[in-house]
Design a binder for this molecule. Structure first.
Ligand SMILES: [Zn+2]
Length: 362
């Protein structure tokens, strides 16, 4: 026994700890085939989420285009070419949507300009306004440039559908120019950065009804249109200046803490305003914001700590539910009176609450 090499002893010891049942063997070929199928499922699931987000996002940004300073044409389709697909998913995109080196349509969401023009998934873009579109990044940027330059004027597309060449006349719709992006991230979150809106896949799962999703997009759109990001940056700089002065006077470096104070200044107020204006944006797009209010009750159920938090960056979920309900009643009142669905601003609130000829109001 003592002459047995050490590794044999180790192998015997490990064998004693190994599973005892006889598990069916999976061949490498079968595992590869299943992996291929699973990658296709991943693409299909992501596309379903992407289509839902883009459909609701389009509705909200198109309905509120008159309230946005920055506008851009939206076409309502997504393309991909083989080189722009993630390498491990190239085969999945090829088999599901026929993606080749040519720009291929992989998504057309319902109700958008491309759907109205009957552009179809799998169509390959041959030319736009008579200009030949090649593959790769140059083709993508050429199409993006032609769409932007058109400023909403109709686009003449020539697409290859199967073996046929099919002309498609597509009229883009003008929308608020704050494009929305999906981020693959399980946390329930959405945010605005002043020029874009980012929504996580976790939030897409959490927002069960499209009404809730429209409210979230409306909220983030409001952060951008109301200039909250710039205001926060301004407050941070101001905090930094005050901090520098205090540091100079006291000799203790308080620049960073004062910048933090600046960032947090009016944070809850900005969030409350984004909820209020966001209700209008979602309602204008035809969504039921009474249903959207329940987003905050479900959020409370999932994160009970948010119910009574004080002094954080966001109002409590209790306040947010009630505020969304109140804004929804305000919108319903305006609808009933045939008034335009525009949020009250501080300068207009007084006038609006004192109709001509009435007595003093509260
Ligand atoms: Zn917010």
């Amino acid at each position: 026994m003592k002459h047995l090499p050490l590794f044999v002893l180790l192998a015997l010891a490990l064998a004693a700890c190994a599973p005892q049942s006889r598990v069916p063997e999976i061949s490498r070929k079968a595992a590869e085939e299943e992996a291929r199928k699973q990658r296709e499922i991943v693409v299909l699931e992501r596309m379903k989420v992407q289509d839902r987000l883009r459909r609701v996002d389009f509705a909200v940004r198109a309905a509120n285009v008159d309230l946005c300073k920055e506008k851009a044409p939206a076409v309502g389709f997504l393309t991909m070419d083989r080189d722009s697909a993630p390498p491990e998913y190239r085969d999945a995109y090829a088999s599901l949507y026929g993606v080749t080196r040519q720009m291929t349509v992989i998504s057309v969401f319902g109700g958008g300009p491309a759907a109205r023009a009957e552009l179809a998934v799998g169509d390959r873009i041959v030319s736009v306004n008579g200009k030949i579109i090649g593959g790769g990044s140059s083709g993508r940027s050429r199409v993006a440039k032609l769409i932007a330059e058109g400023k909403g004027r109709p686009l003449s597309l020539m697409v290859r559908r199967g073996v046929a060449l099919v002309p498609v006349e597509l009229t883009p719709a003008m929308v608020c120019n704050y494009p929305t992006f999906l981020r693959n991230d399980d946390s329930v979150n959405a945010f605005a950065d002043g020029s874009r809106i980012i929504v996580t896949s976790g939030l897409m799962r959490f927002a069960e009804a499209d009404d809730e999703l429209a409210f979230v997009i409306g909220h983030e759109l409001a952060h951008n249109t109301m200039g909250h990001i710039e205001a926060k940056t301004g407050n941070m700089i101001l905090g930094g200046i005050v901090g520098a002065i205090l540091t100079g006077l006291s000799g203790v470096n308080v620049i960073d803490p004062m910048m933090q104070v600046g960032v947090l200044a009016f944070s809850q107020e900005f969030e409350a305003e984004a909820d209020y204006v966001g209700v209008y944006y979602a309602a204008k797009a035809g969504y039921d914001t009474k249903k959207a209010a329940y987003f905050w009750r479900r959020m409370a159920a999932a994160h009970p700590r948010a119910i009574g938090l004080q002094g954080t960056t966001h109002p409590s979920s209790a306040k947010r539910f009630l505020a969304v309900e109140a804004a929804t009643r305000e919108v319903a009142g305006k609808r009933a009176r045939g008034e335009p669905l525009v949020p009250y601003m501080k300068s207009s609130r007084k006038r609006a609450s004192k109709p001509a000829g009435s007595g003093p109001t509260q």
